[in-house]
Every structure is written in C-alpha cells, then in structure tokens.
Design a protein around this ligand. Sequence first.
Ligand SMILES: Nc1nc2c(ncn2[C@@H]2O[C@H](COP(=O)(O)OP(=O)(O)OP(=O)(O)O)[C@@H](O)[C@H]2O)c(=O)[nH]1
Ligand SMILES: [Mg+2]
Length: 359
Amino acid sequence: MRLGIIGLPQSGKTTIFNALTGQNLPTGFGGSGQMEVHTAVVPVPDERVDFLSALYRPKKTTYATVTYRDIGGLESGMGEGGLSGPLRNELAQADGFVHVVRVFADDSVAHPQGSLDPARDVAILDGEFLLLDLITVERRLERLKDEWTKKPDTRRQNEIETALMERLRAQLEAERPLRELALTADEIKLISGYGLLTLKPMLLLFNCGDTVVPPGELLNDDRHDPAHMISLPGKVEAEIAQLEPDDRALFLEEYGIAEPSASRVIRLSYQLLGIQSFFTVGEDEVRAWSVPVGATAVEAAGVIHTDLARGFIRAEVTAFEDLRALGDMKAVRAAGKQRLEGKTYVVQDGDIITVRFNI
Ligand SMILES: Nc1nc2c(ncn2[C@@H]2O[C@H](COP(=O)(O)OP(=O)(O)OP(=O)(O)O)[C@@H](O)[C@H]2O)c(=O)[nH]1
Ligand SMILES: [Mg+2]
C-alpha cells in the first residue's frame, strides 16, 4: 500500500519523508515546484510483533510495511486545466495521502503564499483536489453522453454510471470530498480506475517548529476527521530519525518522549488505509501480514500463499491478547482459547493464524 506525501512547496514534505523513513534526502529550496518523487518502504512499528518475536525467538521477524512517496510539484492553481503526465499518474496511484501543512515559522524559508496560515493552506490543496476531481467527473460524463448515441447496446450500463457520476458531481460542487459518500463495493469498483483524488483517505500532518500546536487549534473543518490529523516537530523528528538506535533511545529518554511522533504517523497511516494485521508465528519466522478490514480467513490465507487459499481446510485462530495474557500457546490451548475457523471467518486485527491446508 502506497501513501503519497503531498503539500505546498516548502511545507516540509521531504523533511517529513526523512523523519518517517530514516533517509537523509536534501531538503530546502532547489527541487521546489518540480515534479520529483522519492520512495521508501517502511516497517510499521508494532509492539505485538516485538512480543511475539521475544516469545518465539525466530530466525526472522517481519513487520507489516507501508510505502511512502515524497511527491513534489503540487502548487496552488495547478488544478485549473486538469493534471496530466507523471504527476497525475503519481497521485492517481496513491492509496492515500499524507498532506504536510506548514506551521513552523522560519524567515529563511520562503512561504509560497507569503504568510503563515495553516488553515488556508489546507483549503488550497483541498480546493485543488476537488477541482481536479470535478474535471475528471465532467470529462467522464461527456464521454458517457457520447457513448449513449454511439453504443446503444451498453445503454443500461451507461445509465448506471451516469447516475453515479452525477452524484459525484453534486458532491464536488458542494465542495465536499468524495470519501464522505457512502458508496457500495460495486460503485467503488466502477470508479476505481479514474484516479479520483478526494476519494482517497488523507492524513493531515501539521509540521510545527519546536512548539507543537495541537491540530484542533489549527483547523476547524468538518471535512477532516480529527482522528486523521497529527501535529509534530518535523525537523526535530527528522534529526531523531538520523540517530543511531542507542543514541535515539538516550535522546528520547532525556526529553521524556515515549515514542517518536514519526512512529505514530506510520501507524496512523496504516490504519488510514483501512488495513489491519494478522500474525503467523513459529521458530523460522514471526510475521505481520496486512489484510483489508473485513477480510475473511481464506483471503488471509491467500495473502500468505495462493496454495494456502486453494487448499484451505481450517484456520487455527488465537487472539493476540489471549496469548499475551496467558503467556504461551500451550496455556492458550489449555484454556480453550484457540479456535478452529472456516473460510468465511472475518479476520480480526491481531489474530494469530495457522492455516491447515491440503493440496
Ligand atoms: N525551522 C524549521 N524549518 C523546517 C521545518 N521543517 C522543514 N523545515 C525547513 O523548510 C525547508 C523546506 O523543507 P523541505 O522538507 O525541503 O520542504 P518540501 O515541502 O519538501 O519542499 P519542496 O520539495 O521544495 O516543495 C528546509 O529548509 C527545511 O529545513 C521545521 O519544523 N522547522
Ligand atoms: Mg521536497
């Protein structure tokens, strides 16, 4: 799953990318306004995996991952003619966005709007995305009108899609993001190829200077869920990410920080994408796997290996918290806490799963 880090020029996107990924890309003026993309795959910190790894002492421990893309090149006004080319593709292919908003004051860093105003900056990028989606929807509606006369045999389908597109248009004209609409799985499938930007989940990341201001004091906009906002000191976080693990632990202890905000952002982005983790355990490997919320046992088996889905018989399932409470699998079984589940069982976050299969 892929998250695009976006924001106005000089908002601190690359700084945040460095903080999240531990990379050390150059920041500051230079790339500004240019379409430029950096990518990194990042393990999702999960103390449950740490616990399982300590218990099983496996040869290998594998965390779930998310991919971040630092996407430069978005600007105020870019939505007007619609986007094309690599920037459009890049945005369309993201599963969600981390929108970096500048809060830090620093006279040596130019602000593209000339002044500090986080709420205004959020509105600017939101407005560009709404406009870009509106252009996409209107183009599609024109196309459907064309096809109505040219392809009479697909009129039923055409009607269905036209009605849906008109619903999307009304939403966008009311300046509301598409992600707020209650769409059916079929409807989502129908529009999934159009790269609609406001349909994707978005995390607002307020890049503060040394004084961290809570999101609620920076923005009051019901189009953004407070659970999908976070404030952090971007530059400090990027510096923490550069420390060796031992120095980092010392630094955090000294400042009384339980955990770097970057770790929280990574976990938040994982949740933002509507995915959750289940675990497989053993002497060889303890591993977190990602499935969409609502996935079934056979779908989870298929994530591990297609053979496991094909030959699926049953899944042995233990809730992680039961294992943590009881200490080991033997105690879990003795307490009757290990269940046998069938193909249609809906996987819960933190399930420890062993698939019984036969091929
Ligand atoms: N004082 C201060 N400066 C920051 C902070 N975060 C980023 N900066 C500085 O702001 C400038 C821009 O940061 P970048 O991370 O390059 O911003 P960007 O959004 O990637 O910029 P472009 O890719 O050029 O659009 C750099 O000089 C950073 O050092 C912060 O929290 N405090
Ligand atoms: Mg940058």
